[in-house]
Design a protein around this ligand. Structure first.
Ligand SMILES: [Zn+2]
Length: 331
């Protein structure tokens, strides 16, 4: 009697993960028996999925969700990701096989609808995503790791997705990340370019935002960056809100701003950029194009840790001026 062919069950693993990450310059900590820690079932990944853990990490507590990602929760068996990315950008490698991180994929980009845990490798990036954003170290390491893994898989940057793109249950992670920019950064990395230095200062970033008590705090617009933003009436006086950056070297930087939009906001809000040749002012219409990064221009910015960008109240237009988040990227 001919034998019935065995049903093909793909239980591949990715034992190359640690070597590929280290080869990309990513710091790795191997968490125990990662080669044999996995969920039963199929695993045949074609992409990489980014998450945030919803735990608050810090320099003194860099990976608060590590234990949960290894051991799981009462309602979801671990491991919960192939790697956890800690506050310092260190990859804690947990599993070479299938993990419970993605649930059902509704389909996103080239990732089809189906079993997300079969289709994707997951990074749980350890930040809370509500009033804490991803650190620059986490972002840069995650870009390098994603580029290296997709190169190994023979896939392009479009196979890097965020959980909020594939989820069928309304997941919001990873917060505060423009996933199209993420894919562009992965593509640049895969093309051999180094990821440019980039830093975000939000009005909630500790020690990097300064504004007088005349600036109120608002959570009104859902287009805000982070948990809230600041607002003030326009006035013919100097009372700017400053954003402080630790600029690594004197050079050319793209300056972008993020504000929530409202018809009651200012049509000519002045942003001031402190350049090597003095302050430059750019006016933006905060009644429009909110909830996204908008380029203010490229400027030569001096090295050092100092106030570099401000939102001024000195506008001739009516409506509240808004100070939310600012991003500098070396170009
Ligand atoms: Zn997630």
């Amino acid at each position: 009697m001919p034998r019935r062919p065995a049903r093909r069950v793909l239980m591949a693993t990715i034992p190359w993960l640690v070597d590929v990450l280290r080869g990309a310059g990513v710091q790795v900590v191997v968490e125990g028996d990662w080669l044999n820690r996995m969920r039963p079932g199929s695993f045949d990944p074609i992409g990489v999925l980014w998450h945030h853990t919803a735990s608050t990490s810090s320099a003194s507590n860099p990976h608060p969700a590590l234990g949960i990602c290894i051991n799981g929760r009462s309602d979801l068996a671990g491991p919960l990701c192939q790697a956890l990315v800690d506050y310092n950008g260190v990859f804690h490698v947990i599993s070479a096989g299938r993990c419970n991180h993605a649930g059902v994929s509704g389909g996103s980009g080239p990732i089809p609808a189906g079993d997300g845990n079969t289709l994707m490798i997951g990074w749980e990036i350890d930040y809370n995503g509500v009033d804490q954003q991803m650190t620059t170290a986490q972002y840069n390491a995650s870009i390098a790791a994603t580029a290296a893994v997709l190169t190994r898989l023979g896939r392009d940057s479009s196979y890097a997705r965020g959980h909020r793109e594939t989820s069928t249950t309304g997941k919001i992670d990873p917060s505060f990340i423009d996933l199209n920019v993420m894919r562009a950064d992965v593509a640049a990395k895969m093309a051999g370019g180094s990821t440019a230095w980039s830093s975000i200062v939000d009005n909630m970033t500790s020690g990097r935002f300064t504004a007088s008590a005349n600036w109120g705090v608002s959570t009104f617009s859902t287009q805000r960056y982070g948990a809230d933003y600041r607002y003030a009436d326009p006035v013919a006086a100097s009372d700017p809100a400053w954003y402080r950056f630790n600029v690594p070297a004197t050079g050319t930087y793209r300056v972008e701003a993020w504000w929530p939009t409202n018809s009651g906001y200012n049509s000519a809000t002045p942003y001031i950029v402190a350049t090597t040749t003095g302050n430059r002012t750019v006016y933006v219409d905060q009644r429009a194009t909110g909830g996204q990064w908008r380029v203010l221009g490229t400027f030569t910015v001096p090295a050092g840790d100092a106030n570099r960008v401000a939102v001024s109240r000195w506008s001739n237009a009516t409506g509240l001026v808004i100070a939310d988040a600012v991003r500098l990227t070396r170009v």
